[in-house]
Design a protein. Structure first.
Length: 410
């Protein structure tokens, strides 16, 4: 018997019990759809994390003013600005792996434009900050060293602030007031989106460090060049762990810390944080796919059950075919083709259901989903494997029937 004949017989047998075949495929349909949807949701989460990582910039290390001890009480990070602009210059000068170091101070305030106002995060920093963050200016221009030297009252608006205060109008050249100080908007930043902590990076106003310190936030009484933190950009290919060690050693030396004294600063490698979150997201995706694949196994058991029933119902037919010359492998092939047809057809329908479910989840739940071809191939391949695996035992049982006993079966 040829393969084409076996396929024709198998399809005819499935059409005779169409409703039963459809119900049998239902487990495979649900399983494939679940796998595709879960992988799409997990891949979307990974893509979102990757976007957030890219929005931070590449090869970044953050140095934050650290803890201090006052009256025997150990205070938290950032309770006093223990870093300075001079520290940033020393890092950039003395550590070859560092491409740029941008110090900064931050605070919150109301920004007012006409009769509108908005609470924002103010960040005062150096002109090199945008290059460190890989952050472009969408409209207007960035502030320049000359603006920093004269503490110019100029500001860059994030997309959220610009949209809130000006809508679709161009803010460049407009005047906003921050703590009663008028600032000229010289540019609008590109959209960055959320950070790894879920904060809106576009809800900010950036201005020269000297301007923020002298006109808006105020300077430290202890050290007028003090800053809240330093953002360090490493050169491509630099060893981040080695760089952390070098930064720690240099800052401890500059701050005259004794061996037994704790650091008065905090170093955070954003690459490690990003990698940890990406790994967690990948594990979650695999877990979701594994849970969803249980549905495929359940569907496979359903196929085995129905195929065993089919073998029992068609015992006389099998005996007759064996009696007129059909070989055992012909019977084996026919029932395997039936099981494979059920699983593959269910898999194809499951693809459509899974794609629709992924779109629905992304649209209504506002989750980012990423439907990838490899997930579709994986789900269909797994469905076909389930069909062959669970269909083999009924097919083998049918092929090993004895013709005389099969013909006597009532």
């Amino acid at each position: 018997m040829t393969l084409v004949s076996s396929i024709g017989i198998a399809l005819a047998a499935l059409r005779l019990n169409l409703m039963r075949s459809v119900l049998t495929m239902l487990g495979i349909i649900i399983g494939v759809a679940s796998v595709i949807t879960m992988i799409a949701v997990g891949a979307g989460a990974q893509a979102r994390i990757a976007d957030q990582i890219n929005s931070l910039g590449s090869n970044l290390i953050v140095v934050v003013s650290g803890t201090i001890t006052s009256g025997g009480v150990r205070l938290g990070f950032g309770t006093q600005m223990t870093l300075s602009e001079d520290d940033a210059q020393a890092l950039e000068r003395d550590i070859p792996e560092i491409l740029a170091a941008s110090p900064g101070v931050r605070g919150t305030a109301q920004v007012i434009s006409g009769n509108l106002n908005w609470s924002i995060v103010i960040y005062g920093t150096t002109p090199g900050y945008l290059a460190v963050r890989d952050w472009d200016v969408a409209r207007g221009r960035p502030f320049e060293p000359a603006d920093a030297d004269r503490a110019a009252k100029v500001a860059l608006l994030g997309q959220t602030v610009a949209t809130t205060l000006f809508g679709n109008a161009d803010p460049v050249g407009q005047v906003v007031r921050i703590r009663k100080v008028p600032f000229t908007v010289i540019g609008v930043l590109d959209r960055k989106g959320q950070s790894l902590q879920g904060q809106d990076q576009d809800d900010t106003v950036i201005m020269p460090l000297s301007t923020a310190r002298n006109r808006v936030l105020g300077a430290s009484e202890v050290n007028r060049r003090a800053v809240a933190g330093i953002l360090v950009k490493m050169r491509d290919g630099a060893d981040m762990r080695t760089a952390e060690t070098q930064i720690q050693a240099l800052l401890r030396q500059r701050h005259h810390l004794q061996p037994r004294q704790d650091d008065d600063f905090w170093i955070r490698n954003l690459s490690e944080v990003a990698q940890a979150q990406e790994a967690s997201s990948r594990v979650l995706t695999l877990l979701l796919a594994a849970v969803a694949s249980v549905s495929l196994v359940v569907g496979g058991i359903g196929i085995m059950n129905i195929m065993l029933v089919s073998v029992t119902e068609r015992t006389r037919e099998i005996g007759l075919r064996l009696a007129v010359g059909a070989r055992s492998r012909d019977i084996l092939g026919q029932f395997l083709i039936e099981a494979l047809t059920l699983s593959v057809t269910g898999g194809l329908i499951g693809i459509a259901v899974g794609a629709a479910a992924s779109f629905t989840v992304g649209h209504w739940a506002r989750w980012q989903t990423d439907l990838r071809p490899e997930s579709i191939l994986l789900a269909v391949g797994f469905a076909a494997a389930v069909g062959v695996f669970f269909g083999f035992y009924p097919a083998r049982k049918a092929s090993r029937l004895q013709p005389i006993e099969a013909l006597r079966y009532e």
